[in-house]
Design a protein around this ligand. Structure first.
Ligand SMILES: Nc1ncnc2c1ncn2[C@@H]1O[C@H](COP(=O)(O)OP(=O)(O)O)[C@@H](O)[C@H]1O
Ligand SMILES: [Mg+2]
Length: 244
């Protein structure tokens, strides 16, 4: 490991991802190099179709790159077997999505208990207690038994964040997390996401919303699968000061 590498949570080097679509090859990511540091908010900014979701999928171990390396917590993850990738995801990664991706016929509580039981192998009373605690932490105490359709978009996103945090991950990957929300609600969600980036943890937000660059310690600008610019800001503004 080279000097300083241990300060990195994620180090991606010369990563490319191509998809063969019949006769056509789609080059979704081209020679991407980037780093994500602990205790920081990192934003990937770019228009629709530039490769943001593809990038998160590689980091999250949902897909594997065509070439290049992805180091997370000091270990390379590309090329791991499916079972090792599953374990990697369980131990490191929380996902938050644009459309919340809650299970519609489970309550808020059950959406979280599901992960605690089947991913974290918890059982008994502890499951109930932990789910309640996680929901209270995102401001949803008292709404545990509501189904997704009984919750607003912002509340559903809060359940989805609680679910992501139920694995106690070091890395939170958020794919257009405010894309479906009005700006007041979006700001509440961003407060929750950015507050996660402490204690050695990091949040990576991908978005097309330029305003989000202001709350990030580091921004990578993605165009047509390539990182075209990188900016750093040691003192980003607080989410409460954000306007869009
Ligand atoms: N599984 C896939 N198979 C084929 N092409 C894909 C796949 N995933 C993404 N792509 C293509 O890769 C490019 C980037 O997509 P995506 O990462 O979803 O962009 P963004 O999230 O920035 O909107 C697009 O051209 C898209 O059609
Ligand atoms: Mg996308």
């Amino acid at each position: 490991m080279n000097a300083g590498a241990s300060d990195l949570l994620i180090g991606i080097k010369n990563m490319s991802k191509s998809y063969q679509m019949g006769e056509v090859v789609v080059h979704a990511l081209k020679d991407v190099t980037l780093t994500v540091e602990p205790d920081q908010v990192t934003v990937i900014l770019g228009p629709s179709g530039c490769g943001k979701t593809t990038l998160l999928n590689q980091i999250g171990g949902i897909d594997s790159p065509t070439t290049g390396t992805i180091m997370v917590n000091g270990s390379e993850i590309q090329g791991l077997s499916q079972s090792k990738l599953t374990r990697y995801r369980q131990e490191n990664i929380g996902f938050v999505f644009q459309f919340f991706n809650l299970i519609p016929n489970l309550t808020a509580r059950e959406n979280i208990e599901f992960v605690l039981e089947y991913v974290m192998n918890m059982s008994g009373k502890a499951v109930h207690k932990k789910a309640e605690e996680l929901l209270a932490n995102v401001g949803l105490a008292g709404r545990e038994d509501h189904y997704p359709y009984q919750l607003s978009g912002g509340e559903q996103q809060r359940v989805s964040i609680a679910r992501a945090l139920s694995k106690d991950p070091r890395i939170l990957l958020a794919d257009e997390p405010t894309g479906e929300l009005d700006y007041v609600t979006g700001k509440m969600i961003l407060e929750l996401l950015t507050s996660f980036a402490e204690g050695g943890r990091a949040v990576l937000i991908v978005t097309h919303n330029k305003e989000l660059a202001k709350i990030a310690h580091k921004v990578f600008y993605l165009r047509d699968g390539k990182v075209v610019k990188e900016t750093k800001n040691p003192n980003p503004i607080k989410v409460s000061q954000l306007e869009w």
